[in-house]
Write a protein that binds this ligand. Sequence first.
Ligand SMILES: [Zn+2]
Length: 493
Amino acid sequence: MIRIATAGFQHESNTFSTVPADLDQFIRAGILEGEAIRAEYATSQTTLAGFFAACAEAPDVELVPLLFARLTPMGAITAEAITHIMDRAIAALREQGPWDAILLPQHGAAVSVPFPDADGEFVRRVRELVGPDVPIGLALDMHGNISRQMVENADITTVYQTNPHIDAYAQALLCARLTLRLVRGEIRPCSALATPPLLVNILNQGTSDHPMSDLLRLADAQRARPGVLSVSVVEGYPYSDVAEMGMSFIAITDNDKALAEDIVRHLAEAAWSMRAALNGGGTAIDDALRRAAAAPAGPVVLFDVGDNVGGGSPGDSTLILHDARRLGVRGVLQALADAEAVRACEAAGIGGRIEIAVGGKTDDRHGAPFAISGVVTALSDGRYEETGPTHAGFRFFNDGPSAAVRTDDGFTLVLITRPGGTMSLQQFRTLGIEPTALPIVVAKGVHSPRPAMEPIAREMIWVATPGVTTADLSTFVYHHRRVPIYPLDPAAG
Ligand SMILES: [Zn+2]
């Protein structure tokens, strides 16, 4: 039997967020061990599901799940949390080994206080444990800020090639299959990494839209060259203030270093030539609301870019709500994280009236609390399941205790306990709200809501809201990023 272990953690760390990813947060989200990992993920479309599926293809391969922790994006991971998770994963790998290969289901933009490149540090420690001869497959998110430490300590590195991420499973299959071919001695992988001094604005990261779609077509052409095992275009995550922040390209060939280097150089040059188009766009809040109000049919979906929960924001921005009220725009549906308001709704009960200010309570970047009076129309435990396509393939969601409120002035609000992106229409429907019946739906995210929203939206508008995930990167003060980098430094242009 070929015994393969999988262990790891996924976190996208927004270093501008004031909410630390501490051990309590990870424990509440669940640090899974052993078969609990298979139960949670094997039927999803995530990276882990791809690992399980690839290893099930061969009768002589056994995949042993050891430890997996995943936490919604928020601030940097505390020293206590990262030490706890890495130490437990490494201990499990040591105690239950030896292994024929290791598969790591990481993200690539995890930042912790002792390790700015937390994913790279983890891969380095796994390599140190197993030695140079045990193959390591590393599967990453397209928002990874890729370091040499990651790519050089892994034999195979694959990255989602869609945003919204609907190919996590497919890329994990590729990662695991290539790792298995290496175990069997069928290939000799050789990797190259290019990291041009370039950011891709979150507004321009949709992979089915120009110009990212053009770049991905170029990558397809490179992938078709003889001897190429994998080519990855990596968008990067501009809200992690780390040296590796930015776009990157990874090529893996079968024992041909020059070919791998040629591919990543070619793609980096192409991206550089598109740098202006990769950094633009966004509609002001008032303009977006006026356009939505004037639309002949709804729903018009407004993407709240500055409060992109999947990018690490608190999910409680009230900026669009305040402007809608000021402009007299009615019929807005929005979810909002506010545990205190949910408790008030629970106390009032279904049919009860509440008067409270909701949202805008985490920091001063996301608007003031929004005063409402209205009726509680539904309550739930905040759990829902989405069997259709979702960003990164997740199936089970848990926003914590939730309530629906209809305000006297025409807003429909879903109040949730934990920050929750708008990744499934079930977030609304489990509370008796039919989003297609409302003229305007605010989605907390940029790309992750698209699988849910595109089928129902008559029009989609990306709103340039302020916030911890704003598209206006000039509002952040960076201390650790590379200098120069486009578009933040004029010298880079
Ligand atoms: Zn991502």
